[in-house]
Design a protein around this ligand. Sequence first.
Ligand SMILES: [Zn+2]
Length: 117
Amino acid sequence: MEKKKAKNIGIPGIESPSDVCEDINCPFHGKISVRGRIFRGVVESIKPSKTAIIKWERRVYFPKYERFEKRFTKVNAHRPSCLHIKEGDFVIIGECRPISKTKKFVIIGKVGENERA
Ligand SMILES: [Zn+2]
């Protein structure tokens, strides 16, 4: 069979994976388009099949104490098999159309250790 080519998803700084997958919800080899918000976070769990739970920190300011409180955001994101995501990886996720009731993000790339802020 002819090898499928990864498409360019049109987001600067995102490279297409060298691996190929058959996932229709993969942004590189399927039909999902990425548009909207983009976040970076850590993969907390990959237990659900084709899904990863991504967590990142945000800070909320409290004027009374003049300090920031740490809060965390957690979202479910689609995990295409061509990216080989593991727990603890630093990833970039992009917003897409709802894939299921709770999934409206898809992982579009990994962040290398020296690129982390
Ligand atoms: Zn793929």
